[in-house]
Structures are given as structure tokens and as C-alpha cells.
Design a protein around this ligand. Sequence first.
Ligand SMILES: *[C@@H]1O[C@H](CO)[C@@H](O)[C@H](O)[C@H]1NC(C)=O
Ligand SMILES: *[C@@H]1O[C@H](CO)[C@@H](O)[C@H](O)[C@H]1NC(C)=O
Ligand SMILES: *[C@@H]1O[C@H](CO)[C@@H](O)[C@H](O)[C@H]1NC(C)=O
Ligand SMILES: *[C@@H]1O[C@H](CO)[C@@H](O)[C@H](O)[C@H]1NC(C)=O
Ligand SMILES: *[C@@H]1O[C@H](CO)[C@@H](O)[C@H](O)[C@H]1NC(C)=O
Ligand SMILES: *[C@@H]1O[C@H](CO)[C@@H](O)[C@H](O)[C@H]1NC(C)=O
Ligand SMILES: *[C@@H]1O[C@H](CO)[C@@H](O)[C@H](O)[C@H]1NC(C)=O
Ligand SMILES: *[C@@H]1O[C@H](CO)[C@@H](O)[C@H](O)[C@H]1NC(C)=O
Ligand SMILES: *[C@@H]1O[C@H](CO)[C@@H](O)[C@H](O)[C@H]1NC(C)=O
Ligand SMILES: *[C@@H]1O[C@H](CO)[C@@H](O)[C@H](O)[C@H]1NC(C)=O
Length: 876
Amino acid sequence: MRIHHLSLLSLIFCYCFLIHRMFDITAVSGQIVEDQQQSLLKLKNGLKFNPEKSRKLVTWNQSIDCCEWRGVTCDEEGHVIGLDLSGESINGGLDNSSTLFKLQNLQQLNLAANNLGSEIPSGFNKLKRLTYLNLSHAGFVGQIPIEISYLTWLVTLDISSVSYLYGQPLKLENIDLQMLVQNLTMIRQLYMNGVSVSAQGNEWCNALLQLHNLQELGMSNCNLSGPLDPSLTRLENLSVIRLDQNNLSSSVPETFAEFPNLTILHLSSCGLTGVFPEKIFQVATLSDIDLSFNYHLYGSLPEFPLNGPLRTLVVRDTSFSGAIPDSVNNLRQLSILNLSTCLFNGTLPSSMSRLMELTYLDLSFNNFTGPIPSLNMSNNLMHLDLSHNDLTGAITSVHFEGLRKLVQIDLQYNLLNGSIPSSLFALPLVKTIQLSNNHFQGQLDEFSNTSYLSSIIFLSLSNNSLSGSIPHSLCNNSNLLVLDVSYNQFNGKIPECLAQSDTLVVLNLQHNQFNGSIPDKFPLSCALKTLDLNSNLLRGPIPKSLANCTSLEVLDLGNNQVDDGFPCFLKTISTLRVMVLRGNKFHGHIGCSHTNSTWHMLQIVDVAFNNFSGLLPAKCFKTWKAMMRDEYHDGSKLIRIGSQVLTFGGIYYQDSVTLTRKGLQMKFVNILSILTSVDFSSNNFEGTIPEEIMNFTGLFCLNLSHNALAGQIPSSMGNLKQLQSLDLSSNRFDGEIPSQLASLNFLSYLNLSYNRLVGKIPVGTQLQSFDASSYADNEELCGVPLIKSCGDDGITYGRSRSLQTRPHAIGWNFLSVELGFIFGLGLIIHPLLFRKQWRHWYWKRVDSILCLIFPQLNLEFERHGGQSYIVLRWGL
Ligand SMILES: *[C@@H]1O[C@H](CO)[C@@H](O)[C@H](O)[C@H]1NC(C)=O
Ligand SMILES: *[C@@H]1O[C@H](CO)[C@@H](O)[C@H](O)[C@H]1NC(C)=O
Ligand SMILES: *[C@@H]1O[C@H](CO)[C@@H](O)[C@H](O)[C@H]1NC(C)=O
Ligand SMILES: *[C@@H]1O[C@H](CO)[C@@H](O)[C@H](O)[C@H]1NC(C)=O
Ligand SMILES: *[C@@H]1O[C@H](CO)[C@@H](O)[C@H](O)[C@H]1NC(C)=O
Ligand SMILES: *[C@@H]1O[C@H](CO)[C@@H](O)[C@H](O)[C@H]1NC(C)=O
Ligand SMILES: *[C@@H]1O[C@H](CO)[C@@H](O)[C@H](O)[C@H]1NC(C)=O
Ligand SMILES: *[C@@H]1O[C@H](CO)[C@@H](O)[C@H](O)[C@H]1NC(C)=O
Ligand SMILES: *[C@@H]1O[C@H](CO)[C@@H](O)[C@H](O)[C@H]1NC(C)=O
Ligand SMILES: *[C@@H]1O[C@H](CO)[C@@H](O)[C@H](O)[C@H]1NC(C)=O
């Protein structure tokens, strides 16, 4: 009974105690929650953010317990221990006095992906319990405060930034890496990509050696110098190493093969040299290696161990050589293999067929030979680029059978032959197919499953030996943007449906045997920017419906039998840049009197070899503004034009136009926005050279030869400062050669022969450096270089051209290939542009092109090892 009493008492006591405790706890935690809630609301009110883009902060309100708010994590007792404000469009309001620093229980803080635009506040040292701090891409700038180094519990620190977006990088200046990390001994993940650390090899390596627990290291683009210290392998927990885009200029130590847990090794664009230790590829844990853009890094691929875990193997743009080993199929998980632009050779091992996880295969720009292994087991393959090799043999319908994810196939510039299997066009997701510059032959079959075809947007079959007609099933394709079948032997009529397309942006049928008339079916919604029908057997007039193609930029009807007057009805196409009517049966006068619209962007006009007659169209010339402005030669403007090219409907295509220069027909694989040219040669034009042409100060080439033009050569021709090629031969020009011609500093081709010029060739000028043939058959012309002297003497002459500096050269063919790749596939590889390594590479290339093109540019034609190059040369 007593016991009972006691128990009852104690029970009551306990009960009371418990009740009391409970009240106590709720009171305390209520207070905490209340305080925290207020702090958080204050924090919210202090922050500047875009409520439309915010998904977390906007939901924070008084009426709900803060532990329930989005982005807030509490422990069981109601303390806020985690705060995730990443991607909230916060653009200010975080300073030393922010109430954020009152949340002293915080263990995890993520402010990533915002736009704060200020320095990192020093208040972080108050958040002593932080184990996870993510400030990556938060928009912080300037010096990293020492206070970060007080956070000794940190396990994860991510302060990566994209400095070039904000102008000012995050940097370590007053403190160095050593000071920043010396007390962060718990750290396992350290990401500082893009932070300007500026340290020498032994400095940053030594600093890191203190971090015994380090597992993941991200220090890409940190201004680190080399060498890579072999002692780094003492960090035996390291599993991720990302050091891309640092100027390490060193070799990779063999000891890197000793990391017991290495899974990711990224060292792209590091200026690495020497021979890369093969053993590293064989590290038993390594799944992802990227050594790209280390142009002077040598090495070869080793035999791969059975069941190797490699998923990503990227060595593009290095000096790696040798063959792909048969054992590549041991890499059962290989997903990305990129060996592009190296020195690899040999045949592709048939064992590659067993790489079932491949998604991305790029072996382009190597010297691989032999046949292409079947890839029909690589069910996940999306991107295939084997272009620019010496691959031979046929591709069969089996090769790519069933690759339902394949988006891109690039096999151009190889030696492939046989016919093109129509099954290729039936892959359900394929968007681009590039088979140009091979030896494919035979006819294209109609494709059976036409519904599939609708995914192709880019089809290039140029420079093969294909014949027959264009399959009708191509026309069922509602997505096709670019069709290039140029340089083949296709024949028959141009399918009407191609003209009817309202998606096609580029239609290139040049150098085939298409006959009949051009279909008069261009719809109101015509999207064409390039129509190239050069060198076919087309007859009849230019179809009137072509006027519907109001975005047209390039119209090339050259070398056909088109029989028409000058196409004034196309005046409504104000976007026209290139008009080539050369070598047809055009006739009548040029000039359009009844229209107000103009071709103000026109930069290449070629109407040579027709039967045009009458006066040169002076009034027309007045409206060709693009020819007039020097601004096209101003570097800054050029970039603007360059970006116009970039936005070329989202897709750019290499136009090729043949121009006659230096008496040679040259093919310009790519038309620069700055190239301007007027060719009216071999017609029946009469009258004088209109003064209006002398306003074409941007003109590179002027050819009026083989007409019946007369009068004097205007002295104002000296205005055409950019002129590189001038041909007035075989006309009836008389009078003297104006001395002003001597001021055309870039003139490298001059032909005044077969005229009625008289007098002395201007003495002591570069005009005397041209060959005598430039002046032949002008009976009354005398002086050097002609044999006939003028009677007076004492002339000094020489071949001292004013501009004889050592030219620099870039291979234009190579560049245009790159441009074609960049712009041409812009649509498809767009997401890839966001991968830094790609972007880096692209912009390096594009920049160097744009910066290097100057008005002095001079185009030359060269052949190297069977390839034709158009080389740009300019004096400096
Ligand atoms: C608070 O948030 C809740 C849920 O997001 C919402 O239903 C409520 O209307 C909000 N209250 C106020 C006062 O904004
Ligand atoms: C924070 O305070 C420190 C001094 O404690 C000062 O140097 C720094 O500029 C302040 N930072 C900001 C962002 O206000
Ligand atoms: C930091 O946050 C960003 C955005 O949420 C995330 O992508 C990144 O992986 C985080 N970094 C670490 C080391 O967790
Ligand atoms: C690191 O810790 C040591 C010892 O605890 C201390 O003396 C030193 O000031 C700390 N340094 C930094 C930069 O936090
Ligand atoms: C390697 O990683 C595994 C799993 O991530 C881990 O269990 C092991 O302890 C690590 N070994 C070393 C030496 O870091
Ligand atoms: C690749 O082939 C080209 C032409 O066949 C040759 O000029 C070049 O030297 C070769 N390169 C290598 C590394 O074998
Ligand atoms: C690959 O290139 C190397 C070096 O240029 C050469 O020695 C070797 O014979 C080539 N191998 C094949 C299969 O062409
Ligand atoms: C434009 O297309 C429409 C529809 O095809 C056609 O009727 C019309 O004649 C075309 N316009 C011109 C100017 O040819
Ligand atoms: C050309 O412009 C003038 C005045 O701007 C206008 O009167 C005339 O109708 C226009 N002619 C055509 C063909 O558009
Ligand atoms: C050449 O251009 C100038 C300035 O634009 C203009 O004033 C002049 O009339 C033009 N000359 C001819 C012949 O069109």
C-alpha cells in the first residue's frame, strides 16, 4: 500500500515534472523558433531579390512555422541548421550586419547561383558550426576574407565563380591559399574554380598537403602555375582532381598513377608537356579523364585492363599518337571517347563494336585508316564524328542499325565509298548527317519510313559521285534547314517540293546536272537565305515567286542557261548580299527604274559572261551602300558583322562562290562579310565608267573587262583604296593612265591590256612593278614595264612595291571548316557550348579569326598535300 502510495506520489511527481519540462521545452523552442523566424524574415526583407524568379524566399511568411519554409532545414529541437537560397536571383543586401549571421546553429548554407555583386561579408566567422558552405557562382567579387578560414568544421567549401561575367574575379590577395586552408583540416570537398589564386606549383601543392581528408579538389582556372608536385599523391583520399585551364606548363608526374581512389582527373588546357604516363589510364578506379587542349602533351593509349571503369576519355587537341588498342572494349562503361585532332593512326579496332555504353564518339581529324566498325550495339550513341580521317570501305545498313538515339553523324572528309544506305535517314532522332567529301556513289533510294525522316535538319552529301534524282521522300521532311548535295552528278528536275519548303534555309545544288527550269513555287513563307544552283543545266527565266524569299542573302545561278532580263523584281529582297548571274543568257539593260527598294547590303555582284548591254547602271550603284563604306574594314564593326553571321537564323552555312581574280577562277569557301566585288566582264556594256563606282571605297575586286566601254579611266579610281584586283582589259578606254591609280596600295592584279591607252605609265610608282602583259596592246602606251620607251629617260624603277612586308598566313580552308562546325552545327551542339572546355576552344578560334582579319587582307590560293587552301595574308 505504502509502496502504492509512493508510486502514486512519484508518478504524480514525474507527471508534474514531465508537464513542467514539456512546457519548458515548448517555451524555449517557441522562443528559438520565434527569434529565428524574425531573423529569417529580417534576412528576407534585407535581401534584394527578384520575386518573380524566387521560388523559396517568396513563400516565407509569418503565418507558417519557419521550419516549414522552402530552403530552411531545422533540427529536432527547431534550430535552423540548413539554409538553401541557391538560385534565388538575389542581387544584393547581404552585408556584415545581415541577420543571416545571427543563425548561429547553421551547419549548411548554400547561396550558390545568385548575383550578389559584393564582396564576401566577413560575418561568416560567426557561423562557427558550418560544415557545408556553398557560395559558388553567387556573384561575390573581390578579396576572399580571412574569416572563411575560421570555419574549422567545414567539410565542403565551394567558392567557385565565373569571374569573366562580373569583370572582377574573386581572388586571394592579402591572404594566400596556405592561410585560407591551414585550419580547414576537416575539409573533404574544396572547390575554388575561377578564383584567382595566383600561386606557384610548390606553394599551392604544399598548402593542399595539409588537407589530409581532401577527396575532391576543384581549382580550374585559378591562375595556378606549375609544376604539378609529385607529393600531391600523399593526399591519398583524393578522388576528384579538376585543374583545367591553369598554365601549369609542366609534365604530369608518374606518381599520379598511385592515387588509390582517383576517379576524375581533369587537366584540360593546362599547357602540359612531355609524355603522359600511360599507367594513369590504367588506375583501377579512374572513370573520367580529360587531357584536352594540351597541344604539346605526347602519349598513347595503353592496353586497357579488363572491366576498366573509364566512362569518359578525352584527349582531343593533344599530340597523342598511335592506335586505339584492341583492348578498348575492356572499357565496358566507356560513354565518351574523344580523340579528335590528335596524331592517331591505324585502323579502328573491330572490338569497338562492343562498346555498348558509348554516347559520344569523336575521332575526327586524325589519320585513322581502314573500315568503320559496326556500331549497332552502341544503343546509346548520340554523337558520332569520324570526319577528316582516311577511313575507307562502305557503310552498310547494319552499321548504324537501330541507333535510336543517334543525333549527329559526321563522316565527311574520308575515303568512304559504296552507296549511302537509306536506313541512315530512317534513324528516328538523327538531326545532322554530313557525308560530304567522300567517294560515295550510286543513287539515293527513296526512304521507306518517311515519318522518321522528319527529324533531319542538316543534310550534306556534297563532293561525292552520287547520281540519279533527289529522292522525293526528302521533301516529306518538314524540318530540313540545310540541304547540300553540291558537287555530285545528280540529275533530273529540281523537285518542286524543295522550292515549296518553308523551312529550308540553305539549298545548295551547285555542280550537278539538274535540268529543266527552276520551279516557280517559292511560297510566301520562304525561309531561304542561300540558293545556290551554280553549274547545272537549268534553263528558262528566274521564277517570279523567288521574290517571296525575302530573307535571301546569297543567290547564285551562275553557269547555267538561264534566259531572262535583269531580275529587278528581286529588288524587294533587301537582304541580298551576293548575286551571281555569271555565265547565263541574261540580256538587256541593267537597272531598275520603277522601284524604291534597294540592295543596300549587296557586296558581291557577278553578272559576267552574259549578254547584258547598254550603259552601266549608275543609278543602281548609288544604292549599293555596302560597297561604299570603309566601316566594313574597321575592326570593331567587323565583330558586329561577325555576330550577325552568328545569328544567321541560328544556323550558318558555308557558302561558296567562285570569283575571278588574277585571271583565275577561285572558289571562296566562305564569304566574309567584308569581301566586296563587282564583276561586269564579258558582256556588251558601253559608255563610260560611271563616277558612282568611285564611291565603292570598300571594293576589293573590280572587273569590267571584255565590254565596249570607252572614255578615260577616271582619276577618282584612286578612291578605291581597298582595291586588290582591277581588270579593265579589252575595252575601248583611251587617254592616259591616271597617276592616282598608283595610290592603290593593295593592288596586286592589274590588267589594262587591249585598250587604247596612251602616254607614259606613271613613273616611279608600283604601277611599274606589274608585268608588261598588264599593259599589252595599247598602241600608244610607253615606259617600264613595256619594252617601248617614251623617249625621255632617267627613270629609276624597281619592283619596290610599297607593301612588301612579310605576310602572316592562316589556312582558310581549315578556318572555314572550324567556322562551319561552329556555326553550322550551332543549333545542335548549342548545349555543348556551355561546357567550358568547348566554349574556350571555340571562342579562341573565332576571336583569332575576327581579330586577324584586317583591310590589308590579301587572298591567295594554295595547295598543300592534295588539299586546296585559301590563305589570307596580310602585311603588318
Ligand atoms: C503564406 O504562405 C502560404 C503558403 O505559401 C499561403 O497560402 C498564404 O497565403 C501566405 N500568407 C500570407 C499572409 O502571405
Ligand atoms: C565587413 O567588415 C569588414 C571589417 O570587419 C570590412 O573590411 C568589409 O569591407 C565589410 N564587408 C562588407 C561587404 O561590408
Ligand atoms: C553548390 O551549389 C550548386 C548549386 O546548387 C551545386 O551545383 C554545386 O554542386 C554545389 N557544390 C557543392 C560542392 O556541393
Ligand atoms: C589556425 O589555428 C591556429 C591554432 O588553433 C591559430 O593560432 C591560428 O590563428 C589559426 N589561423 C587562422 C588563419 O585561422
Ligand atoms: C576510397 O573510396 C572508398 C569509397 O568511396 C572508401 O571506402 C575508401 O576508404 C577510400 N580509400 C581511401 C584510401 O581513401
Ligand atoms: C597524316 O596523313 C597526312 C596525309 O596523308 C600526312 O601528311 C601526315 O603526315 C599524317 N600524320 C601523321 C601523324 O601520320
Ligand atoms: C602511325 O604513325 C607512326 C608515326 O608516324 C608510324 O610509325 C606508323 O607506321 C603509323 N602506323 C600506321 C598503321 O599507319
Ligand atoms: C508568293 O507565293 C505565293 C503563294 O505561293 C504566290 O501566289 C505568289 O505569286 C508569290 N509571290 C510572288 C511575288 O511571286
Ligand atoms: C517611291 O517613293 C515615292 C515617294 O517616297 C512614292 O511616291 C512612290 O509611290 C514610290 N514608288 C514605289 C514603286 O513604291
Ligand atoms: C559619293 O558619295 C558622296 C557622299 O555620300 C555623295 O555626296 C556623292 O554624291 C556621291 N557621288 C556620286 C557620284 O554618287
